[in-house]
Ligand binder design. Structure first.
Ligand SMILES: Nc1ncnc2c1ncn2[C@@H]1O[C@H](COP(=O)(O)OP(=O)(O)OP(=O)(O)O)[C@@H](O)[C@H]1O
Length: 769
């Protein structure tokens, strides 16, 4: 790329030119805001007078104005961030946004002597703004006309002569960074700065992710703008921008087809920490409400997963083997006392106490007792349970079969079929409203709730009955023990969701009626007097109530267990999908089983695959250390190419007798060396300990269990006792690879004796030889 100039005079002149443009944009935005406010006031004053058609039109107008106003009023930092200067397009045709549509330059755009005119200058921003004559002042970054800003490279520049990234704060332009894409041409365009990407990558990190809208790279842009059809699968090593790309893609899809995606976009993240880290990105892109970012442990409403199972238990609970166990449990729970699993002591083992399920049904019909004994009841239950219908939905069937059995037992016969039918109808009505019968049915075929069935698995004996020939006795003991803790684990959530499907929704009381205002255009949100709930509350409510989505994004897809794939799959049965992940970072051991479950969730939809190859996070010095672990974790797997180097090698230290003191002092040193954040990664069972070690060092530093580090990044990372992380689970080496790839600037590795450090303090696992 051409040498860039930083001559102060040129720089100031260029900044002043962009400032003038930004001023025009803001004065146009002010005009638009006034227009929108006028429209709303006018509509509000006209009140409810008019024909239904006119009122509906007015409502629609107000709605559009309100949405626009909302977006304009949003304080965007660097609202305008890009500019491209282009040659004339091949066919000279312009699109709806006023820009030339052709990607390639006209044949005569470049003269024989290598000089050329810039025919078009486009400014790119977070939303599009037209001037009063409908000429584009700012092009929305997602519009087709903005694509060359991201796609052009010096190898394939298309019409782009110069690409400029504009840095601004509020209404003030602070700086510009240029890339010259056709350095061979003489166009008279000045070129300023060192390029925007490096400037972005060198910035200190906070605890929230930033959008990358001003520096999306060509290979990333291809993924962001890939057509929505079917399944888009993106793989790439750590730091290649998979998460960033997935989120920008959500914003792009909404822009492209807002109506289609009003069905909601679900973004599934592995941990609540990653949700918190990423959830600011979409609002910064002007998108809110339509996208729900949820941790895989928070996909079931009303359940918060606050525990991690140890790897051996997680492996069992995540496996498809649990399906059989849960199916047995869903049915087996009908046999249990009325509150299975509740109050461990109550009646269990006593051969059926006061709360045991009833073993006899006794009603009065035709003036005499009619009874069904245990064996008859068992036969009825078996008949009712044949097939795969969810247990709670079989209750009416069981009720009918009981009535049939009682009718047979009553022994009434009639020659006249009409009379028989009449008698039978009367019998059914009488019996099924009799408390003896209804109480019996409630106790004998209770409505089962997922949480209660899961709790029932906490009993060793029961679980081993339901898991016969599926789990080994030690596995049964482990799972049962894990379920006796108070709290729900991340892996329990997928089991609860599966049970919800196996049991079927119990008949709910339908308190939530359809709100007639929902049928309107959104007027109720904009008019304070009509608003029962705010826009945000409504968005949150809709997100809560939504169980199926129009598009599903899965981040860190390599970590989803088979049971979790089933859970996520149920939320996107008719959706299109974007799946991003990196097999080398997988903490799940049975890769084949997970792949099968993933295939099942995605069905036969066609898939389009992309690979990202450049590591934007780690400097080469850190990427190199990570690559030695990758070679052990997944021999032959390629490492992504680090885009920059800092000249700062990772530091190796060996802990003495007081590990806590050494962790603290290494963390403190990193805090002095970087302006932003420091992540201290320890084995999962050292988490609480590590938090104690770091107490009082401030909120720039955080302690993380190895599995919690997924997807996050810090200016500096301290990895404590790598061997402990590697030995935590069969996938431990891959988890260590994740831990080593979190830093944007500095990495310290603190070894303990188990790491077998050499004289330089380098742990055995991290040595390249
Ligand atoms: N084009 C870009 N411009 C500026 N920064 C970028 C760009 N692409 C990625 N980054 C930055 O690189 C870092 C890594 O991105 P991201 O977290 O999306 O990677 P990832 O592939 O999901 O990583 P991992 O697999 O480790 O979770 C982030 O700080 C992101 O902002």
């Amino acid at each position: 790329m051409a040498a860039q100039t930083t001559a102060p005079g040129v720089r100031d002149r260029e900044i002043a030119a962009e400032q003038a443009h930004l001023d025009r944009v803001y004065s146009r935005l002010e005009e638009k805001i006034h227009e929108a406010e006028f429209l709303m006031n006018d509509a509000a004053q006209r009140g409810q007078v008019g024909t239904p058609g006119a009122l509906a039109e007015r409502d629609a107008q107000v709605f559009r104005a309100g949405v626009h106003l909302n977006r304009l009023n949003n304080e965007f930092e660097d609202f305008l961030f890009g500019r491209i200067d282009l040659l004339r397009g091949k066919d000279g045709r312009k699109g709806a946004d006023g820009a030339y549509t052709s990607i390639e330059p006209a044949d005569d755009a470049v003269r024989g002597d290598g000089t050329a005119e810039v025919a078009e200058t486009l400014h790119i921003g977070r939303i599009g703004v037209l001037d009063a004559e409908y000429a584009p002042l700012v092009i929305d970054w997602r519009a087709p006309a903005a694509a060359p800003f991201y796609r052009s490279t010096p190898v394939a520049p298309g019409r782009v002569v110069r690409r400029r990234v504009i840095r601004s704060k509020g209404r003030r332009v602070l700086g510009v960074e240029d890339d010259l894409l056709r350095p061979e041409l003489t166009t008279g365009l000045p070129v300023v700065g060192d390029g925007a990407l490096m400037a972005a990558l060198g910035q200190a990190r906070t605890h929230t992710m930033r959008d990358i809208v001003s520096s999306i790279q060509a290979e990333q842009d291809v993924v962001i703008r890939a057509p929505a059809a079917s399944v888009t699968e993106v793989s790439g090593g750590p730091g290649t921008g998979k998460t960033a790309v997935a989120l920008h893609r959500a914003a792009y899809l909404l822009y492209q087809d807002r109506r289609r995606y009003s069905g909601g976009i679900l973004c599934v993240s592995p941990t609540p920490l990653l949700v918190a880290y990423t959830e600011g990105v979409l609002p910064s892109l002007g998108e809110e409400g339509q996208v729900a970012i949820r941790a895989v442990g928070s996909l079931v409403d009303g359940v918060t997963a606050d525990l991690y199972d140890d790897p051996a238990v997680a492996r069992i609970k995540g496996s498809l083997r649990m399906l059989k166990v849960l199916r047995n449990a869903a049915r087996g729970c009908l046999e249990l006392p009325s509150a299975p699993g509740a109050g461990a002591g109550g009646g269990r083992g006593a051969g059926g106490g006061a709360d045991a399920r009833p073993t006899r049904l006794r009603v009065v019909a035709f003036g005499r007792r009619v009874e069904l004994e245990a064996d008859e009841l068992a036969a009825v239950r078996q008949q009712a349970l044949s097939g795969t219908t969810p247990v709670n939905l079989l209750r009416p069937r069981a009720r009918r079969l009981l009535l049939d059995a009682l009718w047979r037992r009553a022994g009434r016969s009639f020659d006249d079929p009409d009379l028989a039918a009449q008698e039978r109808a009367g019998f059914d009505e009488d019996i099924s409203t009799e408390p003896d019968f209804t109480d019996f049915l409630d106790a004998w075929w209770p409505v089962l709730e997922p949480a209660r069935v899961l709790a029932a698995l906490a009993d060793d004996k029961r679980l081993s009955r339901w898991a016969r020939r599926v789990l080994s006795p030690p596995e049964v003991r482990r799972v049962a023990r894990s379920l006796r803790r108070s709290g729900t684990s991340v892996h329990d959530v997928a089991l609860l969701d599966e049970l919800d499907t196996l049991l079927g929704a119990p008949p709910r009381d339908r308190r939530r009626e359809v709100d007639p205002l929902d049928q309107l255009t959104g007027l109720e949100e904009l008019m304070p007097q009509a608003a029962a709930e705010t826009r945000r509350e409504r968005a949150e409510r809709l997100a809560r109530e939504r169980t199926e989505y129009a598009h599903v994004i899965v981040d860190e897809a390599q970590d989803l267990t088979p049971m979790q794939w089933r859970m996520v799959g149920r939320r996107g049965r008719t959706a299109t999908w974007t799946i991003v992940g990196d097999p080398a970072q997988s903490s799940w051991t049975d890769v084949d089983e997970a792949a099968r479950a993933r295939d099942e969730a995605l069905g036969s939809r066609p898939r389009r695959r992309f690979t990202l190859t450049v590591n934007y996070r780690n400097p080469a010095e850190i990427a190199e250390v990570a690559a030695t672990v990758l070679a052990l974790a997944m021999p032959g797997s390629p490492s992504p190419r680090a885009v920059r180097s800092t000249g700062i090698a990772p530091r190796y230290e060996v802990a003495g007798d007081d590990l806590g003191a050494d962790v603290r002092s290494a963390a403190r040193r990193l805090l002095e060396e970087v302006d932003g954040t420091v992540g201290v990664v320890v084995a999962m069972d050292r988490r609480a300990q590590a938090r104690g070690w770091l107490a009082g060092l401030g909120d720039r530093v955080v302690a993380l269990g190895s599995l919690e580090a997924k997807g996050l990044e810090y200016d500096a990372t301290l990895v404590v006792a790598p061997a402990e992380i590697a030995e935590e689970s069969p996938a431990g080496l891959r988890t260590l690879y994740v831990a080593l790839t979190r830093a944007t600037q500095r990495l310290t590795v603190l070894a303990v004796p188990a790491d077998l450090p050499d004289a330089a303090g380098v742990p055995d696992l991290l040595r390249a030889d």
